[in-house]
Design a protein around this ligand. Structure first.
Ligand code: HEM
Length: 190
C-alpha cells in the first residue's frame, strides 16, 4: 500500500503516545525504515505488522486498532491536503459512500499503483444503509467500520455500523448495516 497509509498509522500512534510509542511499535514490527514516503508503495505486510505491533503494545485487539485507524484516516487525509476531495463527494453520507469508487479512481491518476477497494451502497430504509465492501485484501473490514464512523462524525451523524457479512467461504465480500440514531436521517445534508 502507499506509504500514506503507514504515515496515517504513524500519525495515530504519535497522537496516542508520542514519538517514543511510535519508535517502540516500529521496532516491534521490525520496520527498519527511518520514515515512510507517502507516494512510495510498500508491501501490505508492513502495514499488517504495524497493526499487530500496535495491538500488542497498546493492549487492544488488531480489530480495535484497525477501527481506530479507519476513524483517524478521515481526519488525517483531510489534514494532509485531501480535504478538497471530500468536498466533491456529495452532501449526504449515502451520496458520499456511493462516490467512493470514483474517488479512489480519481486518486489513481496520481497514485498509479493504487489497488483500491470497491463499495456498493444501497439505502434500505429511513436512516438505514447496506454497504458492500469488495477488496482483494483480507482482514480490513474493521477499518471500514472505523471509516464509516469517521464519516458519520464528518456529517455530524450518530452512526452505528454492524458488520453483517464476512468475506470467507460463503461470501466474496464483506457487508455492513449502517444506522443513524436517534431520529436524524442519513440523508440530512451537512
Ligand atoms: C481523500 C481520502 C482518501 C484517500 C487519499 C485514500 C487513499 C487510499 C490509499 C492510498 C489506499 C491504499 C491502497 C493502495 O495503496 O493500494 C486506500 C485504501 C483503502 N481505502 Fe481509501 N482513501 C481515502 C478515503 C477513503 C474513504 C473515505 C474510505 C471509506 C470507506 C476508504 C476506504 C479504503 C479502504 C477500506 C482501503 C483498504 C484497502 C483495501 O480494502 O483493499 N478510503 N485508500
Amino acid at each position: 500500500m502507499y506509504g500514506l497509509v503507514n504515515q496515517g498509522v504513524q500519525d495515530l500512534v504519535v497522537e496516542l503516545g508520542g514519538e517514543a510509542l511510535w519508535a517502540d511499535i516500529k521496532q516491534r514490527a521490525g520496520v527498519e525504515f527511518e520514515a515512510f514516503v507517502g507516494m512510495d508503495v510498500y508491501p501490505d505486510d508492513i502495514t499488517g505488522r504495524l497493526v499487530l505491533a500496535a495491538s500488542a503494545t497498546l493492549g487492544l485487539t488488531p480489530e480495535e486498532v484497525l477501527r481506530a485507524f479507519g476513524k483517524h484516516w478521515i481526519l488525517y487525509t483531510g489534514r494532509k491536503g485531501y480535504g478538497a476531495v471530500f468536498e466533491t463527494m456529495g452532501r449526504t453520507l449515502p451520496e458520499f459512500l456511493g462516490n467512493l469508487d470514483a474517488m479512489h479512481a480519481r486518486l489513481s491518476l496520481s497514485m498509479p499503483h493504487l489497488e483500491p477497494p470497491s463499495f456498493v451502497c444501497e439505502q434500505t430504509g429511513p436512516g438505514q444503509l447496506r454497504l458492500e465492501y469488495w477488496s482483494h485484501r483480507a482482514g480490513l473490514a474493521p477499518m471500514v467500520v472505523g471509516l464509516v464512523e469517521g464519516l458519520g462524525e464528518l456529517f455530524t451523524l450518530d452512526v452505528h455500523v454492524k458488520h453483517t457479512v464476512t468475506k470467507g467461504d460463503r461470501a466474496e465480500h464483506d457487508e455492513f448495516l449502517i444506522e443513524s440514531e436517534p431520529a436524524r436521517e442519513l440523508t440530512d445534508a451537512r
